[in-house]
Write a new protein. Structure first.
Length: 299
């Protein structure tokens, strides 16, 4: 059966789509959150108009209540089992990043500074609201292209595609957890940038400063992915509800912290995969000893 990813729609309130007085971007965000909070507590008020949604059925309406009680319970159990992995990977990443930055001079490197400059510029554009509608369109486009890419990776096909600043969707014959959640951990524009750079590098010789530009653009595109993803997640995403919100959030966090760890290992010249994994194992052993000591003290 052909399936359609549920339409991704931005709120149609004029107060969010029309330029008004001198209010900043964060004022619009606070107003949108207030309206969403008010509407969430009103019954039968067309609450779906305030969602940014992605669709799943071409021939039938998407039903939020697609997870039965047993499936939801199993996913909660699995999510709880993944929490220690989230903690261990986060602790290892923070420890290794701190060690590289403070003791091994990573923050002096050009990789760190060009990436940081790109990230700071993108953060400034995001919080000031400059080019907001253009960036919103790019985010929706990347979101839907990521869904489509993972559909093809799973040997499915896409029969319809739409992306605009007002929302988007894809029509597909296949969906699963990875396809649904991929836009929340796969930085599409960063991967596209690196792919284009690799192709150009194979075809011609690039000047030395091209790597610095690449680092800055990578920092900007990854920050773009991170900030807009954080902005979208609290807005009742069907992609998350389809697979249970708690389980989805844990999986998204784990995937993103693993991605950050991979980026750190590539960027830091003195950090190897073996050292990172060895540090992870040490943290796992410490967590085990701490947990066992606590259990013994309680019993």
């Amino acid at each position: 059966m052909s399936r359609r990813r549920k339409r991704m729609e931005l709120p149609k309130s004029k107060s969010r789509n029309k330029q008004r007085d001198s209010r900043g971007f964060m004022d619009h965000i606070r107003e949108a959150n207030l309206k969403a909070s008010i509407s969430a507590n009103r019954p039968l008020n067309g609450r779906s108009l305030r969602h940014i949604q992605a669709s799943l059925a071409e021939t039938q309406e998407y039903d939020d209540a697609t997870i039965n009680g047993w499936t939801r319970l199993l996913r909660w159990i699995l999510a709880l089992m993944l929490l220690p992995l989230c903690y261990l990977t986060s602790a290892t990443f923070i420890g290794q990043f701190s060690d590289e930055a403070l003791h091994k001079g990573f923050w002096h490197s050009k990789e760190f500074w060009f990436f940081a400059i790109g990230a700071l510029l993108m953060s400034g554009w995001f919080f000031t609201g400059l080019c907001r509608r253009l960036f919103l369109f790019l985010y929706v486009l990347g979101h839907e292209l990521t869904h489509a890419l993972f559909v093809y990776l799973h040997l499915g096909w896409v029969s319809d595609f739409k992306a605009s600043a007002d929302g988007g969707y894809i029509a597909t014959n296949k969906t699963n957890i990875l396809i649904s959640l991929s836009p929340y951990f796969f930085p599409f524009w960063s991967i596209a940038l690196l792919s284009i750079y690799g192709i150009i590098q194979l075809c011609t010789t690039l000047p030395p400063y091209s790597e610095d530009i690449l680092l800055g653009l990578t920092g900007a595109t990854w920050t773009f992915h991170l900030l807009w993803t954080l902005w979208m997640i609290p807005r009742d995403q069907p992609d998350l509800k389809e697979n249970d919100t708690f389980f989805s959030l844990v999986l998204i966090y784990l995937a993103n912290i693993i991605l950050l760890s991979v980026m750190l290992c590539f960027a830091a010249e003195t950090l190897t995969w073996h050292e990172f994994f060895a540090s992870w194992c040490i943290n796992a052993e410490n967590l085990y000893d701490l947990t066992r000591g606590y259990v013994q003290s309680v019993s």
